[in-house]
Design a binder for this molecule. Structure first.
Ligand code: FES
Length: 160
């Protein structure tokens, strides 16, 4: 049976099959979720806040718990959309603001611009560049290094 989930950022209700994860609800509604680890519960790019109905989701599993522990913007109502399955009604989801560094196609293009929104680390959600801040070559080099390290980490843990 389907359950209704409210997506707070776009003020829309969507139906999800019971036991499907929240990620499917987000993607079905064209909300951009990077899914850097391909839904393995090892990154922060599908991190969401549950504004209401957290009790209608499947309980935290160990992997999700570990990933949430390193997300700097984690709150008591945080979940990973790829791990949280919808079991009941009344779930309201909110996405953390900002974009993940691994989602930026051409990092070089950012030099000399101001960040349009917070740029976030894809594993721990840390703000790497605050919205409105000028992006210098040094910052771009740091972002590139982070991107490479994250890709290496996720490739290493691909079979974990
Ligand atoms: S997509 Fe990486 S934790 Fe959900």
């Amino acid at each position: 049976m389907a359950k209704l989930v409210k997506l707070s950022p776009i003020d829309r209700e969507t139906s999800v099959k019971t036991n499907d994860n929240l990620l499917s609800a987000l993607l079905k509604n064209e909300l951009s979720v990077l899914q850097e680890c391909n839904g393995r519960g090892m990154c922060s790019t599908c991190h969401v806040y549950i504004k209401e109905g957290i009790e209608s989701l499947s309980p935290l599993n160990r992997r999700e718990q570990r990933a949430l522990e390193i997300i700097t913007t984690c709150q008591l109502n945080s979940r990973l959309a790829c791990q949280a399955r919808v079991l009941g009604e009344g779930v309201v989801v909110e996405l953390p603001p900002g974009m993940y560094v691994n989602a930026i196609e051409d990092i070089e293009d950012l030099i000399g611009r101001r960040a349009q929104q917070n740029i976030l680390h894809p594993l721990n959600g840390q703000i790497l560049v605050e919205e409105g801040k000028l992006i210098t070559r040094t910052v771009v080099n740091q972002l590139k290094e982070i991107r490479v390290k994250v890709e290496e980490y996720l490739a290493k843990t691909a079979n974990a």
